[in-house]
Write a protein that binds this ligand. Structure first.
Ligand SMILES: [Zn+2]
Length: 153
């Protein structure tokens, strides 16, 4: 499983792209629009990060470039990894990176025990790596509202 990382690099310019009826976001690939749109609806404002496919260290699925800096933020996604993710993992990846880039969130690698299923679940989508398919089924889907609340707290 590849992990996610934040890089402390300075980004460059961005380009506005209209999205749907009310949202206005920055992405160069239409495949990202629905996930960014979901994030923006939950956030209640537009993101300030540009999201696109690009070359990153092969250990990572995506990075937030410019994390915690005052300059432009970029979410750079590895296309090959993206192609192998399911819908939920894609949403989680974009939410995670926008959590870094737009919400200035650090990683949260804590977990909790779901008493009903006796499953240890990540406490946050800001965990350092994506949820695996079991965690999606046992944790992310049943506790999605909690993960959303935790992200936008
Ligand atoms: Zn991360």
């Amino acid at each position: 499983m590849r992990v996610l990382l934040l890089l402390m690099l300075i980004g460059c310019g961005s380009q506005d792209v209209s999205y749907g009826d009310v949202l206005f976001t920055k992405a160069t690939e239409t495949v990202f629009f629905k996930y960014i749109g979901s994030f923006e609806r939950l956030l209640g404002r537009t993101t300030s990060s540009k999201v696109f496919f690009g070359e990153i260290d092969e250990r990572y699925a995506a990075v937030c470039r410019g994390f915690k800096g005052s300059g432009p933020k970029q979410v750079i996604v590895d296309k090959e990894t993206w192609e192998n993710l399911n819908e939920v993992q894609r949403e989680q990846l974009i939410f995670h990176e926008l959590g870094h880039c737009d919400l200035d969130l650090e990683h949260n690698d804590t977990s909790f025990l779901d008493i009903d299923t006796q499953t240890y679940c990540p406490s946050s989508v800001m965990r350092y790596k994506l949820f695996n398919k079991t965690e999606i089924k046992e944790c992310y889907q049943p506790f999605k509202n909690m993960y959303i609340d935790e992200l936008f707290k």
